[in-house]
Design a protein around this ligand. Structure first.
Ligand code: N01
Length: 536
C-alpha cells in the first residue's frame, strides 16, 4: 500500500472498473492520479459482495473492459463468472496495467470540501489524512451503501447476521445450518441457490416476488473462447450503440406486427439463450406499453409455475395477476431458484401476510406469534442505491451546499456526470447516468472517456475549473424525468427510483433513453465544447 500523497491532480475514489479505467488513461496522459479505495482489495462490488453465490448477471463477452492488450489475453472460465473469478480478472487488470502502485487500499474517503480560491478539493480520509486535488472523480458505483431495514431487536440475535454486501471476507459455512434469507432480489436469489443444497433449512422471507430469468450458466470451452475472441471487437462496438450496453439489442420488430405464434417463437428463442436476452433483445415496447408488458409477464409466469409443485408456492412466487410491470424492477438471473422450493428443506414466508415483528436472540418472530429459530440470518435487503454511494460522504461544494442536502431534496445533474455547485467533481455509473439500465463496463468506459478527454482539454487550454450550469442541470433533469415517464418504472417499488428506501425522494434516478442515445449526447457535448458547463 502506498503512503498517501499531500496533493495530486486527480483523486479517484473507488477501485472498481471505473476507477481502474480512469487511472490507467489519466496516468498514460501524464496526470498525477491516485485511487483511494475503502476496501481491503480492488474490484469494488466484487470485493464487498463475497456472499455465497455472488456472481455477475452480465455474460462474459460483455463483462470486460475494452482496453487493448487486456481482452486479447484474458478468458473467463464460465459464462457468468462468480466473485472469485471476477477478482482474478481484477488482479489480472491490475498486474497487466501496473496500477497497484497508485492505489491506496483501506482508505475510505469520508469528506471533501471545495476550496474556491484555489480551485481544489480538500479530501479527508477515515484515518484523518488530508489530500488536496484539482479534480475529484467518484467511481463509487451504484451499490456502495448497503440498506438494513430497522427491524426491532436486530442487535439481539445470538447467531450470525450479515448483510450480503458486508459479508465476511473469510466466508460463512452454511453446512447443516438453519438459514433465514430476507429479501428476494438478485442477492437473495443467489444466496438461496447456494444455501438450499447444503443447509439444514432455508426460510425465505419474501415481500415482493422477483421475476427471475433463467441464467443459462455454463462452463466456457475452447470453442466458446475462440468465438468470443473473434467477436470481441464487434461486441465492444455494438454494445455502445445498444439500449442496455450489451452486444445485443431489442428486435426491430413491433410486437403489434407479430402474430401470437411469432411472439412465442421469438421469446422461446430468447429464453433458450439465457441471461438478459428476454429483457433486452425482445420487444422494446414492453417498457412502455402495459398490454405488451402483460403478455411478457404471462409468458414468464407460465414457464415458472410449471416448475413449482405446490399451488400456494406457485401463486407466491409467480402470481396469476401481474404484481408490477415486468422488467421495471431489476430481474435476477437464476439457475434453479424456483425448483429449489420443491425441496423439503426450503420454505417461504410471505411477509405481507405474516410480517416480521422482531428479530429475537434465537431467530425471527412473525406476526402469527411463531418464533422461527435460525443459526444464520442473511439480510439480502439491497442498497440505498445510486445517490447513496455519494450522499453517504460529507461532500461540500460552493455556497456551502452539501451533496447530501442537494440530492436528498431532489437529485439533479448535468449528463449524469457533474452537478451544479460541485466544480471539478465528476461521478460515474451513478445519478442520472444509464446506470441501472446498462451494463457497467460499457457505461464506465464511455463516461470515463468523457472525463479523461475533458481533463485533457482543460489542461491544453490552461483551464482550472469546470462547473455544471444550473440551467443545463435543470434541462437534463427534465429530460431524464420525461424519458422515465414514458416507461412503467414508477409503477413499482424499486431502487431504480429510490422507492426501496423509506422516506427517500422518489424520482427517476437513471437515464432511460438507452446507452446508444446517451453515448451520442455525451459525444456531441464534447465535440461542441462542453455545452452546459462553464470552463474557466
Ligand atoms: O437488492 P434488491 P439486491 N423487509 O434491492 C427486500 C445488483 N446485484 O442486493 O422488493 C423485507 O434488488 C426487497 O423487497 P421489495 C443488481 O443490480 C447484482 O438483491 O422491496 N424485505 C427485495 O426483495 C441488483 O438489482 C448481482 O419488496 C425487504 C430485497 O430486499 C442490485 O445489486 C448480484 C425489506 C432487496 O433486493 C441489488 O440487488 C447481487 C424489508 N424491510 C446484486 N427491505 C448480480 O450481478 C427490502 N427488502 C447477479
Amino acid at each position: 500500500m502506498s503512503a498517501l500523497p499531500a496533493k495530486v491532480d486527480v483523486l479517484i475514489v473507488g477501485a472498481g472498473f471505473s476507477g481502474l479505467y480512469q487511472l490507467y488513461h489519466l496516468r498514460k496522459l501524464g496526470f498525477n492520479a491516485k485511487i483511494f479505495e475503502a476496501g481491503g482489495g480492488i474490484g469494488g462490488t466484487w470485493y464487498w459482495n463475497c456472499y455465497p453465490g455472488s456472481r455477475v448477471d452480465t455474460d462474459a463477452t460483455n463483462y470486460q473492459i475494452s482496453i487493448d492488450g487486456l481482452w486479447q489475453n484474458w478468458s473467463y472460465a464460465t459464462r457468468f463468472p462468480d466473485f472469485k473469478e471476477l477478482r482474478e480478472y481484477f488482479a489480472y487488470i491490475e498486474r497487466t496495467l501496473d496500477l497497484g502502485r497508485d492505489i491506496s487500499l483501506n482508505t475510505r474517503v469520508v469528506a471533501a470540501e471545495f476550496e474556491e480560491a484555489a480551485d481544489e478539493w480538500v479530501v479527508r480520509t477515515q484515518q484523518g489524512d488530508i489530500v488536496r486535488c484539482r479534480f475529484l472523480s467518484f467511481c463509487t458505483g451504484f451499490a456502495s451503501k448497503p440498506y438494513t431495514p430497522g427491524f426491532k431487536g436486530l442487535d439481539t440475535f445470538r447467531g450470525m447476521l450479515h448483510h450480503t454486501a458486508t459479508w465476511p471476507q473469510t466466508g460463512v459455512d452454511l453446512q447443516n445450518k438453519r438459514v433465514a434469507v430476507i429479501g428476494t432480489g438478485a442477492s437473495g436469489v443467489q444466496v438461496v441457490q447456494e444455501a438450499a443444497p447444503v443447509a439444514q433449512q432455508v426460510t425465505v422471507f419474501q415481500r415482493t416476488p422477483c421475476t427471475a430469468l433463467p441464467m443459462g450458466q455454463r462452463k466456457l470451452d475452447a470453442e466458446d473462447i475462440q468465438k468470443m475472441k473473434e467477436g470481441q471487437l464487434k461486441a465492444f462496438a455494438d454494445r455502445k450503440k445498444s439500449y442496455a450496453g450489451h452486444s445485443y439489442d431489442f428486435t426491430d420488430r413491433k410486437m403489434s406486427d407479430c402474430t401470437p405464434e411469432e411472439q412465442n417463437e421469438l421469446y422461446d428463442q430468447l429464453y433458450a439463450r439465457g441471461g438478459f436476452y428476454p429483457l433486452f433483445a425482445g420487444f422494446r415496447e414492453i417498457y412502455t406499453d402495459e398490454a405488451a408488458n402483460d403478455w411478457v409477464y404471462a409468458m414468464w409466469r407460465d414457464k415458472v409455475r410449471a416448475r413449482i409443485i405446490d399451488p400456494w408456492l406457485q401463486e407466491k412466487l409467480a402470481p396469476a395477476v401481474k404484481p408490477y410491470p415486468f422488467g421495471t424492477k431489476r430481474l435476477p438471473l437464476e439457475q434453479n431458484y424456483y425448483d429449489l422450493f420443491n425441496r423439503p428443506n426450503v420454505s417461504l414466508i410471505d411477509i405481507n401476510e405474516n410480517s416480521i415483528v422482531q428479530i429475537t436472540p434465537k431467530g425471527i418472530q412473525t406476526a402469527d406469534g411463531v418464533e422461527h429459530e435460525f443459526d444464520i440470518i442473511v439480510l439480502a435487503t439491497g442498497f440505498d442505491a445510486i445517490t447513496g454511494s455519494m450522499t453517504q460522504i460529507g461532500i461540500r461544494g460552493t455556497e456551502g451546499v452539501t451533496i447530501f442536502d442537494k440530492w436528498t431534496e431532489y437529485a439533479r445533474t448535468h449528463l449524469g456526470l457533474m452537478t451544479t455547485n460541485f466544480p471539478n467533481m465528476f461521478f460515474v455509473y451513478g445519478t442520472q447516468g444509464p446506470t441501472a439500465l446498462s451494463n457497467g463496463p460499457t457505461t464506465v468506459v464511455m463516461q470515463g472517456d468523457w472525463i479523461v478527454h475533458c481533463l485533457q482539454y482543460m489542461r491544453a487550454n490552461g483551464l482550472s475549473r469546470i462547473h455544471a450550469k444550473k440551467e443545463a442541470e435543470e434541462k437534463y433533469t427534465k429530460l431524464v424525468n420525461d424519458l422515465g415517464d414514458q416507461g412503467l418504472w414508477m409503477k413499482v417499488r424499486s431502487w431504480y427510483t429510490g422507492a426501496n428506501i423509506p422516506g427517500k425522494t422518489i424520482q427517476h434516478l437513471n437515464f432511460s433513453g438507452g446507452m446508444g442515445v446517451y453515448t451520442e449526447m455525451c459525444r456531441e457535448n464534447e465535440v461542441n465544447g462542453y455545452e452546459g458547463f462553464e470552463l474557466t
